[in-house]
Structure formats: C-alpha cells, structure tokens
Design a protein around this ligand. Structure first.
Ligand code: APR
Length: 248
C-alpha cells in the first residue's frame, strides 16, 4: 500500500494528531469483533441478551460467564502491528490522542498511554452498585462474585447497550477531535453514535481526516484520504513513510 505523498507532506508538519479506533484494529490480533463474539456456544444469544443492564439483572451468571470467556480470549491475544504502529506514531508528534471503542486493552499492552476508552475495558471489574473499580475479591463460589465493600454483584467495567458513555472520556474525545490538525478513523464501521460523530466533528473543525478500513463506511466519502487496507499493513507503512519523509 503506497501512502499518498500529499498526505505524508501534510502529516509531516502536523502538531496535533488524534486517532479513533474500532474493532477492526484488533481483528488481526484474532480478537473477535463484538458481533463475532456472539458465535459458537453464544450464538443463540443476541447482544441485547448479554450486553445490557437488563440482561445482567435477569441473568447475572450468564452475563458474567460470557465476559469471563471473552476475557480469556483477550488475554490470549497479542497486540498486532497496527497497535504497535500507533504506539510509535504517538512519539512522532508534540500532541497525540488515542480514542478507542475497543474494550480489549490491547492498545495499552502495545505501549500506548492515556488511551481514551469510550466503552470501558473488559479486563477491569467494577461494583454494579457503587461503580468503583474492584481489582481483588474473595472467591466465595458466588458467580458473579460480590463487591467486598458493599456485597453488590461485580460486573465488567464496560459500557452496555442502553448505558450512557462515560462523560469525562466523551468530553476528552470531543476536545481531542475538534482541536487537532489530523484525525485518523481506523477500523470502525462509523455507525455507532456518539463515537461515530467524532470524524465529522474533526472534519468540521478543519482537521485533515484519514480513514483506514478495507471496506467503505458511511464516512468514507467525506474523508480527505481513504486508505483501503488493513490497519496491520497500512499503519506500519504510514509510520515508515512518515519518518522517511521527515528525513528527506
Ligand atoms: N483493519 C482495519 N479495519 C478493519 C479490519 C482491519 N484488519 N478488519 C475489519 N475492519 C473494519 C471493518 O470493515 C468494519 O468497518 O473494522 C470495522 C469493524 O466494525 P464493527 O465491528 O462495527 O466495530 P466498531 O466500529 O468498533 O463498533 C462500534 O459497536 O459493536 C459495538 O460497542 C461495540 O465498540 C463497538 C461499537
């Protein structure tokens, strides 16, 4: 994949870069996208039966066990070249923000820091009543386990359908998207709002917007550059070409 020269020349001079990632960035790590995770033994369930507060109220054990199964999948996955390239890209600009819709924590494992997690993180557990993060609990045989402080059920620290996005993260994401020279939308279908609005906000604020996705999305026609390829190939290529462009 050749990176357009005009993109590189503009990017070489950028002072502030913001990136939004979706499930596509983790696809090459073998982490099933949200919808793929509803296959196999979970195929008979729909997201509404497993990833909503109602589902948890109705059947906490089933929801907890599905997340335990996904946590094992994620723990067995490795960051792929896309995650690693993004961690390196962050070192090439004075200001860099990484916003993700993914809950797998692979960006952090690849070395990215200050990751803005719009949908939470599957590797974290919180009290379903107080919302506090709980990192250790006694195994009393309860499934799900109970909060050591108040006894309420523990749950994964992810945003379920029908729940509001975390306000501080959403504010940070909006600020990072409307105050940048360059905005990358990578591996996201750009259909789940409010995250899907961020590329358009960046565009409206005057940023150069680049989409990286093997498939077209509803946003593709608006992007300044649409790189039709997989993130694990395009991003390492972009980092290499940018460094060469700056040396030239
Ligand atoms: N590189 C780049 N993009 C890829 C790759 C890849 N290797 N493989 C797939 N894609 C693209 C697909 O073409 C698709 O556009 O990644 C996108 C994945 O779309 P979704 O599965 O809808 O994931 P996402 O956009 O992150 O979904 C947003 O909706 O499923 C809920 O809460 C969940 O955070 C998720 C949100």
């Amino acid at each position: 994949m050749t990176i357009p020269v005009e993109l590189l020349q503009r990017l070489a001079g950028a002072k502030s870069v913001t990136v939004l990632t979706g499930a596509g960035v983790s696809a090459e790590s073998g982490v099933p996208t949200f919808r793929d995770a509803l296959t196999g033994l979970w195929a008979k369930f729909s997201p509404e039966e497993l990833a909503t507060p109602d589902a948890f109220r109705r059947n906490p054990r089933l929801v907890w066990e599905w997340y335990q199964w996904r946590r094992k999948l994620v723990a067995g996955a490795e960051p792929n070249p896309a995650h690693l390239a993004l961690a390196e890209l962050a070192t090439l600009f004075p200001r860099f923000h990484l916003i993700t819709q993914n809950v797998d924590g692979l960006h952090q494992r690849a070395g990215s820091w200050n990751v803005i997690e719009l949908h939470g993180n599957i590797t974290r557990t919180k009290c379903s009543d107080e919302g506090t993060i709980v990192s250790a609990w006694k195994d009393t045989g309860n499934v799900p386990p109970k909060c050591p402080a108040c006894g309420a059920l523990l749950r994964p620290d992810v945003v379920w359908f029908g729940e509001p996005m975390p306000a501080p993260e959403m504010r940070q994401a909006m600020t990072a998207s409307t105050h940048c020279d360059f905005f990358f939308s990578i591996g996201t279908s750009t259909v789940v709002y409010p995250a899907a609005a961020l590329p358009s906000e960046a565009l409206r604020s005057g940023a150069t917007v680049v989409e990286i996705n093997p498939q077209p999305t509803p946003f593709t026609p608006q992007a300044h550059f649409a790189l039709a390829g997989v993130a694990g190939v395009v991003l390492p290529e972009l980092v290499k070409a940018l460094k060469a462009c700056r040396r030239a």
